[in-house]
Write a protein of this length. Structure first.
Length: 409
């Protein structure tokens, strides 16, 4: 990476350090890297922790050379869509006010939490005549329509679509997470040369297979001598778990198989209610980053789930950490996808199975097959994962795009 003059860079996203949500971790990595390059970096984010809104972060803070400005939002929660929408709206309103009083920045980078905060970033960049970079972590309102949260012909969906297209057109560069997302963006009549495909990286500075951590985690949660199937991450309708839940019910007689769900999200309460009726199911909250290696290493197989309609709208970023700890993969979703393309390209072949939604019996049989074939095997990251999907490889590419507004796919 070549040296460039230091510039003022504004980053916009509801979650940031020390939050443990995925977009917070990725944006924190980017902010620190930009600050290390000598740029003056400011982040506007929320004061409430994403999964635990009762936790309040300081309004202003400096972290690793990054100036963090946090704004207020309501805490109605996720029990109903209107509550979540109200929390998002309040954050956007207070962010808008905060942006009015900021001095000019040279570059504005917006993510997608909450949906379409990019619209604020695009307008602020336009008024400042600054460069605008749109980092698309998930693609709305298309995701909301595909999930059934919005009707495609509704006033709200049409208005949000106009906001989304403004953000896309105004962007000097758009960062998509995979080729399927790029195709969705280009289909909006966006010039392909504006779209850089840069996957999110594995947290390889913090995550690796941890033998001692695996055993300690399993002992602490009664998993010793068990075959552990784990789903770790956001539990939401875009990652439907019904097929897995039904397969787990079919496997109740196999008491050595434990299904472990770690994380949060709007569907986590439903999973916990089901777990209360099944002794083979364990539910745990998001694990702090310093314990992530232990929790991920504790699994004998990891689930990656994508809804059929979500291809190109959301990105299965958990696949990178799973491969980093060398765990077998159970993929539940459409094919082809970013997950299947990654795993099919691994040489030698990595242990994995792919199952379509609704194939309950097949999933149950595949879990039993994995248990027979992989139980007791050592975990080894597949060759090439550290090269292609590491932070050391991908973060400098992203920094270069932010600094210059240009890219080479």
């Amino acid at each position: 990476m070549f040296d460039l003059p230091a510039v003022k860079i504004l980053l916009l996203n509801q979650v940031f350090y020390p939050d443990v949500a995925a977009t917070a971790q990725y944006l924190s990595d980017l902010a620190a890297a930009l600050a290390e390059r000598g740029h003056k970096v400011t982040v506007v984010s929320g004061r409430r922790a994403y999964e635990h809104p009762e936790t309040i972060f300081p309004a202003c803070e400096t972290w690793r050379g990054v100036n963090i400005l946090r704004v207020y939002s309501t805490r109605f929660g996720k029990s109903a869509r209107w509550r979540r929408a109200a929390d998002f709206a309040s954050f956007l309103i207070f962010s808008c006010v905060r942006l009015l009083f900021l001095r000019r920045h040279d570059v504005v980078v917006a993510l997608t939490t909450p949906p379409l905060i990019s619209f604020l970033g695009a307008w602020r960049a336009k008024l400042w005549q600054a460069r605008f970079c749109y980092w698309v972590m998930d693609f709305n309102p298309d995701e909301a329509v595909a999930a059934g949260w919005l009707r495609a012909d509704s006033f709200a969906a049409r208005w949000l679509e106009r906001m989304s297209r403004f953000s896309l057109r105004r962007a000097d560069v758009i960062i998509a997470l995979d080729r399927f997302m790029r195709d969705r963006i280009v289909a909006k009549q966006i010039a392909p040369e504006k779209v850089a495909v840069i996957p999110p990286w594995s947290q390889d500075r913090q995550v690796a297979f941890d033998v001692a951590g695996r055993e300690a985690f399993r002992a602490a949660h009664g998993l010793t001598e068990k075959f552990v199937v784990m789903y770790s991450g956001n539990h939401s309708p875009v990652h439907p778990l019904d097929t897995l839940i039904q397969a787990a019910e079919q496997l109740r007689e196999h008491t050595d198989i434990i299904f472990c769900f770690i994380g949060g999200g709007s569907e986590f309460t439903r999973v916990k209610q089901w777990a209360a009726q099944n002794s083979q199911v364990l539910c745990l909250p998001y694990q702090p980053l310093e314990k992530l290696s232990a929790s991920l290493s504790a699994a004998d197989a990891h689930l990656v789930v994508m809804g059929n309609a979500m291809l190109g709208l959301v990105h299965p970023c958990k696949i990178y950490n799973i491969l980093t700890v060398g765990a077998p993969v159970i993929y539940l979703g459409p094919e082809p996808s970013h997950v299947t393309e990654i795993i099919d390209g691994l040489v030698p072949r990595h242990p994995w199975v792919g199952v379509r939604h609704g194939a309950v019996r097949e999933l149950a049989e595949q879990i039993l097959e994995l248990r027979r074939n992989t139980a007791g095997c050592d975990h080894h990251p597949p060759a090439g994962v550290e090269t292609h999907f590491s932070q050391a490889t991908l973060l400098p590419r992203l920094v270069a795009v932010i600094e210059t507004g240009y890219h080479k796919n």
